[in-house]
Ligand binder design. Sequence first.
Ligand code: ADP
Ligand code: MG
Ligand code: MG
Ligand code: MG
Ligand code: MG
Length: 439
Amino acid sequence: MAHSGSQDLAQVAKERGIRYFMISYTDLFGGQRAKLVPAQAIGDMQKDGAGFAGFATYLDMTPAHPDLFGMPDPAALIQLPWKKEVAWVAADCVMEDKHVAQAPRVVLKNVLRKATDQGLFVKTGVECEYFLICPDGSAISDEKDNAAKPCYDQQALMRRYDVISEICDYMLELGWGPYQNDHEDANGQFEMNWNFDDALITADRHSFFKFMVKSVAEKHGLRATFMPKPFPGLTGNGCHAHISVWDRSGTTNAFLDNSDEMGLSQQGYHFLGGIMRHAEALAALTNPTVNSYKRINAPRTLSGATWSPNTVTWTGNNRTHMVRVPGKGRFELRLPDGAANPYLLQAAIIAAGLSGIAHKASPGRRYDIDMYQLGHTVTDAPKLPLNLLDALRNFDRDGELKATLGEEFAAAYLKLKHAEWNQYASHFTQWERDNTLDV
Ligand code: ADP
Ligand code: MG
Ligand code: MG
Ligand code: MG
Ligand code: MG
């Protein structure tokens, strides 16, 4: 239903009672940019695309660039369950008849092509944690939600039943296969899980999920945030990614080996080896904001644990490492956070995995210790970057990752993200006054 091939959108509008299409693309900073196009005009738009000024969004363009066109992908159409007369449709950016190499959905499609050329069909699931906060952003919206260990808090979950059930009902209606909803480890924090699927489908759903959660929260007079660490001392918003690789038909999981202790195949270990080898650079994409680095490498939270990693280590079913193998035939990358761009997140993981497969990389030694207690005893594993600048520099040094993701993309991303870092660094803080006034 959501992914229905190369359909004629004007016809789809008639059949489904769609009055407006939101032709939507995602920029390098994860912003979703859209034009609302009446069904009467969708015929031409489907052929020619919706016009945008690229410079007005984060794509590293100048005001002198020609028009950017968002070409709707009819396979990625999602009718808004809360406003059925509107259909969101993911678009690919085109300029002068060429795909825009740095546009995130294009970046992902290009990496996916490299994977499928090798017969690798990546399937992923994401766990998009978020907080429900006051509209002004200053505090958690439910003042009664203040337990010291709030994870799975039944009472607090049910005080938000109206919001959670509405979103879950929509996912049911869209056929995403949602299967559980819970109160997460921070006060005011929730997680809703739906089934994994092809990486591009998951990326589109991830984008739409953020839009949907924010929209439904607003409808209920609240605000939803996916900010990596919105409140000091509370667990942050992760966006764990689960990964497996399948054959073309999607029936055989190439990561599954029942004879292996962890249930992982050689190819699975090599892919994981690529993740381990590129992790310090990967962070520039999985943890793309200044605030991201307050979630990883963080001190213990009020609840007792941050649930986020500090070191490039992997393990079995143990949540204190960067990678967890929770069950056979897949692994979980716990590094990404709520600010990760849905398309770049998938692209970065797959690019690192392809490198691992190409080099027959080993993931290195497995650690089964509690990293929060015993992390200091691990001396042979790299620390994750401590800030965005370190991560960007790591990414810039990782020629292979940049080449697989595309040089134009890497250059554009690094340029805009360095500018963001410089803007942050030039911002005056109370901390420096407190610590420097009397030098
Ligand atoms: P946890 O909180 O234990 O990490 P969740 O149930 O919250 O796990 O999320 C697990 C995610 O992993 C879901 O999106 C699920 O569909 C996905 N998943 C399960 N099996 C696979 C697999 N073989 N490949 C990719 N993703 C998977
Ligand atoms: Mg205009
Ligand atoms: Mg989960
Ligand atoms: Mg979680
Ligand atoms: Mg998880």
